[in-house]
Design a binder for this molecule. Structure first.
Ligand code: SF4
Length: 116
């Protein structure tokens, strides 16, 4: 192995490390840009939210419009909610890239296993 070959290996290693660091940085930025905490709150007037009778406060559910509603149902104990227990605003699988209120409700509600 001559010195030119060694230099080439060093250069290659440097490019590999630099590329890996660059990709890691891009991934971190992409993740930060789509972090759930950055999502906007779902608007009750959003057409999909309105169609599913979503409300931020379960006390405002209209039983005439939402006859499937039962006391005790709310977003925090729904199968579709994600994010961290205890957070007031959390992601929901039904409303991508929006946050729903943990005390809200919509007609898609389904009991999350293991919740009261
Ligand atoms: S699907 Fe569940 S978590 Fe999502 S808005 Fe409706 S009740 Fe809330």
């Amino acid at each position: 192995m001559n010195s030119n070959e060694r230099l080439t290996r060093r250069q290659l290693l440097g490019v590999t490390v630099t590329t890996a660091a660059g990709l890691a940085g891009v991934a971190a930025v992409a993740k930060a840009q789509t972090a759930p905490a950055a999502f906007p709150h779902l608007d009750e007037k959003d057409p999909q939210a309105a169609a599913l009778h979503y409300v931020h406060d379960v006390k405002l559910v209209d039983p005439k419009k939402s006859p499937t509603f039962k006391p005790g149902q709310h977003c925090a104990n729904c199968l579709q909610i994600t994010g961290k227990d205890g957070d007031t605003w959390r992601p929901c699988n039904i409303f991508p890239k929006k946050l729903v209120n943990a005390n809200g409700w919509c007609s898609v509600w389904a009991k999350k296993p293991g919740t009261a």
